[in-house]
Design a protein around this ligand. Structure first.
Ligand SMILES: CC(C)(COP(=O)(O)OP(=O)(O)OC[C@H]1O[C@@H](n2cnc3c(N)ncnc32)[C@H](O)[C@@H]1OP(=O)(O)O)[C@@H](O)C(=O)NCCC(=O)NCCS
Length: 145
């Protein structure tokens, strides 16, 4: 949180804040190795579908894999399972919002079939720099990956 622009927040996740985070997400999956969590993937409503029900078939995803497991296939397995869950409950579109500098995550989502939609320059700031957002989109119902 304090050293990375992967997430645009300054709030650390703690054992106290995890229940609230879990509550905010519709589906949460974890990858475990032994008894340790090595990755988490989740989705939640895009643009507050409770207030704007037109968005109710669209979700936004998040995924984090523990750094010592990067490029081990954990992320791919998690995302495939997450897409399957989204399909199973009838979600039509999944959006991912990525820092434009996070090329690894962009490649990761593209290899799963996500397609880039708009780039939004200078929509956030962290560490005194403007940050640019790249949106990608995939239709779980139309994807077999
Ligand atoms: C992005 C992230 C979830 C990927 O998880 P992972 O377990 O490392 O990904 P996988 O090993 O399953 O990779 C699957 C494929 O995605 C692509 N990929 C993954 N990371 C990549 C990278 N850094 N650069 C280029 N391609 C990458 C590759 O095609 C890879 O297949 P390959 O290893 O056979 O070439 C992980 O790097 C991560 O947690 N990053 C920090 C948090 C983050 O950026 N989350 C997303 C916020 S939007």
């Amino acid at each position: 949180m304090f050293t990375t622009t992967i997430q645009w927040s300054y709030t650390l996740y703690t054992t106290d804040s995890v229940p609230e985070w879990l509550n905010e997400h519709e589906t949460v999956l974890v990858a475990e190795e032994g008894r340790e969590v090595v990755g988490v993937a989740a989705f939640y409503w895009f643009r507050d579908a409770m207030k704007r029900p037109g968005y109710r078939f669209t979700v936004e995803n998040t995924i984090h894999v523990r750094e010592d497991q990067w490029r081990s296939g954990v992320g791919r397995k998690l995302m495939r399972a997450l897409l399957q869950e989204a399909r199973a409950i009838g979600r039509h579109t999944m959006i991912t919002a990525i820092n434009s500098a996070n090329e690894g995550s962009i490649r990761f989502h593209e290899q799963l079939g996500f397609l880039e939609v708009p780039r939004m320059p200078e929509v956030a700031t962290k560490f005194g720099k403007w940050l640019h957002l790249v949106l990608h989109q995939l239709r779980p119902s139309a994807s077999s990956r």
